[in-house]
Design a protein around this ligand. Structure first.
Ligand code: HEC
Length: 99
């Protein structure tokens, strides 16, 4: 409960416009529009910001490991993570489940 509240608070402080600029370093793999450019990278567009913050914090702390993301996340500040989560989370998507 406390962890969820903390993450939600951090996201509320994220600046999507600042995050868009910071996302230039993510676009090779995740796209500036949040649609992945590599087959093994996930789409980030419209993802829940609370989830994005946790994923980035986990890569940074080492709780979650990936050759590419562990390197990328090591350089991110708390503010970077909040801004990036606000940016990718605020990209509007539509979904069409198969009939
Ligand atoms: C060199 C390619 C590359 C770059 C650059 C990169 N990523 Fe990733 N990212 C990946 C891959 C590959 C994964 C999948 C990791 C795994 O399988 O655990 C991933 C996973 C993630 C996840 C977890 C998503 C989920 O669904 O769990 C987030 C969040 C993320 N990246 C954000 C970012 C952000 C923000 C940046 C820029 C600061 C960034 N990435 C830069 C390749 C990259």
């Amino acid at each position: 409960m406390a962890v969820t509240f903390h993450a939600a608070t951090a996201v509320a402080q994220g600046d999507a416009a600042a995050g868009r600029k910071k996302a230039l370093q993510c676009q090779t793999c995740h796209g500036l529009d949040g649609m992945a450019k590599l087959p093994d990278a996930p789409n980030l567009a419209g993802q829940n910001p609370v989830y994005l913050v946790k994923a980035l914090q986990d890569f940074r702390s080492g709780a979650r490991r990936n050759d590419m993301m562990s390197l990328v996340a090591a350089k991110l500040s708390d503010a970077d993570i909040d801004d990036l989560a606000a940016y990718y989370g605020s990209i509007r998507i539509t979904v069409e489940p198969p009939k």
